[in-house]
Design a protein around this ligand. Sequence first.
Ligand code: ZN
Length: 74
Amino acid sequence: MSLILEHIAIDPQRISELHHTETLHSRAYACPVCHGRGYALPDVWDKDGKNKTCRFCEGSGKIAATITIEWEKL
Ligand SMILES: [Zn+2]
């Protein structure tokens, strides 16, 4: 089975001042709850059967990570 991983390279040579904050965004991933469908399977529907939208991704079917790095002295 194949697997694609994303890695972050942390490099202080690329910053010019302390307390510098960087924000990185991952690629989009399929939602781990609905597996990219955007809707929930019948076993997690509301009792009235109306809310079928995935509550985790709110129906988009995708999620992404936002990574914040703040450099500081030790
Ligand atoms: Zn979802």
